[in-house]
Design a protein around this ligand. Structure first.
Ligand code: ADP
Length: 490
């Protein structure tokens, strides 16, 4: 008989939407935690109280038993406190790690010398928070390298504490490209007294400590954010050096596609877009397109499709392909392009130049804007995501909901969430290209532009996409199943 009692879960993360976000990690942690809380589980979420968090409208209260905390990090003693609040738009209680010395910096992540300490503190504070609250989690849910030492800490530095006797650890890898690698001389600051031998010894000999790798070695279960990515990272091309370790633990590696928070990303109810619309009546989408193009200085024409791109501008996202394909295509075909994102200067410069060369047809907004992201999802006809690799990707799923046809490379979560269009059967939701090269992207974009001219077919494809359901109601259940299996295995 399956035990159906509510689970106790401690979730520690560097990001949580909408408070602190650079990418999908933030969306996933907040939506998953809010869903778990809504369905009756006891979830305690801890994130750093970054100075860039917009605290207006949030009631943040100190917690008596979590004030005046201190931890030894090598030769320094670090003082901190943990405050409580409610995640905006939900009734999920959250905990904020207050340590201005570490978290009052311009960004969530830094290149500073003490970057490892900023996230060592987060991880140990999460454990010590549980101790002070006498909260015995069934599951410690860790996310990416910033919290992936927790499994080892629970087996070593904190192994004495019976509070965690039944705690099992789950490490979710959102992106294996970021591993948190630091020089081995930071070892004393980890405070792994007597347990240093648990670290990867070859790495130590080579002068490196790899946080994510340590998590892969010691988490009871490793999940990643799509079934395809969970297979890809076992191989040389995508495993980024962790593939051998992952292969050795293949029975403990599971892929669960991320869910979408349809409370935030739904054209029927979205308060940020110029006009709401539904699958049954999508006229409002044209209003959104006109408003977006006007706002961005693009020339609207009835037959001119608008392609959108929202992305961190880094190599992973396939911007190289766009560089090599889009300028030529803009000369030969009639479409407009709106780009939102920031990142590597070479890509930012490329889009600025593209805008200069194609006034009225290309607009680039450099920076981060949640409102513009919503406008682009609603106002575009086509969405570009030609990623080199993509653990899950969220924007393609948002696009489907907003009736914006995604062009994606067949990798990771993109392959798991977009179905290839078959014009004869009028089936499918988007266009996938297999090989990461210019010919692939050019083929896909030409196909989209051709299909756009076949309006009844296009409308059917749009309707197919809008009917897809990637809600957390579906995906969250998979996590709960796994959490239950883990905690019943004991
Ligand atoms: P990743 O986590 O690799 O950046 P995802 O597709 O999983 O990619 O998630 C990206 C999330 O970040 C989406 O919610 C997307 O809308 C958002 N996003 C990315 N760049 C920007 C930006 N410049 N402005 C607003 N939102 C952005």
């Amino acid at each position: 008989m399956v035990n159906q009692r509510a689970l106790s879960i401690c979730l520690a993360s560097a990001e949580l939407a909408p408070l602190a976000k650079t990418g999908g990690l933030a969306d996933v942690c907040s939506a998953l935690a809010a869903w778990l809380h809504r369905t009756g589980h006891d979830v305690r979420v801890l994130i750093p109280r970054y100075s860039r968090i917009d605290e207006s409208g949030i009631a943040i209260e100190p917690v008596k038993e979590l004030a005046d905390m201190r931890l030894r990090l090598g030769s320094r003693e670090q003082t901190f406190a943990i405050d409580r609040a409610t995640l905006p738009g939900t009734d999920l209680p959250i905990y904020l790690l207050r340590c201005p010395e570490f978290y009052h910096r311009p960004g969530i992540y830094t290149q500073d010398d003490d970057e490892h300490l900023r996230f060592l503190l987060l991880q140990r504070a999460a454990i010590e928070m549980c101790q002070r609250m006498k909260f015995a989690p069934d599951i410690f849910h860790c996310h990416d390298w910033q919290t992936s030492l927790i499994p080892l800490y629970l087996r070593s530095t904190y192994a004495w504490d019976k509070l965690f006797a039944k705690t099992r650890t789950v490490l979710t890898i959102h992106n294996i490209g970021y591993q948190g690698m630091f020089p081995a001389y930071v070892l004393p600051e980890l405070q792994l007294t007597g347990a240093e031998h648990h670290l990867h010894q070859d790495d130590l000999k080579n002068g490196v400590i790899n946080f994510l790798k340590t998590g892969v070695m010691y988490a009871d279960l490793i999940t990643t954010v799509s079934p395809t990515y969970s297979r890809e990272i076992l191989g040389d091309d995508y495993g980024m050096g962790l593939n051998h370790l992952l292969r050795a633990r293949v029975d403990s590696v599971v892929g669960i596609l991320n869910g979408v928070d349809y409370d935030e990303w739904n054209p029927e109810t979205d308060p940020l877009i110029p006009q709401n619309y539904t699958p049954a009546n999508i006229r409002g989408k044209v209003t959104c397109k006109k408003a977006l193009m006007r706002e961005m200085g693009l020339e609207y024409a009835k037959q001119r499709p608008l392609a959108g791109l929202i992305s961190r501008l880094v190599g992973q996202k396939g911007i190289d392909l766009i560089q090599n394909v889009v300028p030529t295509l803009l000369r030969s075909r009639d479409f407009a392009l709106v780009v939102l994102g920031s990142g590597e200067p070479r890509y930012e410069n490329f889009f600025s130049e593209l805008q200069r060369h194609f006034p009225g047809r290309v607009c680039y907004y450099r920076g981060f804007s949640n409102k513009l992201a919503h406008w682009i999802e609603a106002g575009s006809d086509i969405f570009l995501m030609p990623s080199l690799y993509e653990p899950c990707g969220l924007n393609q799923m948002y696009s489907l909901k907003y009736g914006t046809v995604p062009i994606v490379r067949e990798t990771g979560g993109l392959a798991d969430s977009v179905q290839q269009i078959d014009p004869d059967k009028k089936s499918g939701t988007g266009i996938l290209f297999r090989d990461y090269n210019e010919a692939g992207l050019a083929w896909a974009m030409n196909m989209a532009l051709d299909l756009y001219d076949r309006r009844p077919l296009w409308r059917k494809i749009v309707a197919n996409g809008m009917a897809m359901d990637y809600s957390w109601e579906r995906q969250g259940g998979r996590y709960v199943e796994l959490f239950r299996q883990l905690s019943n295995e004991q």
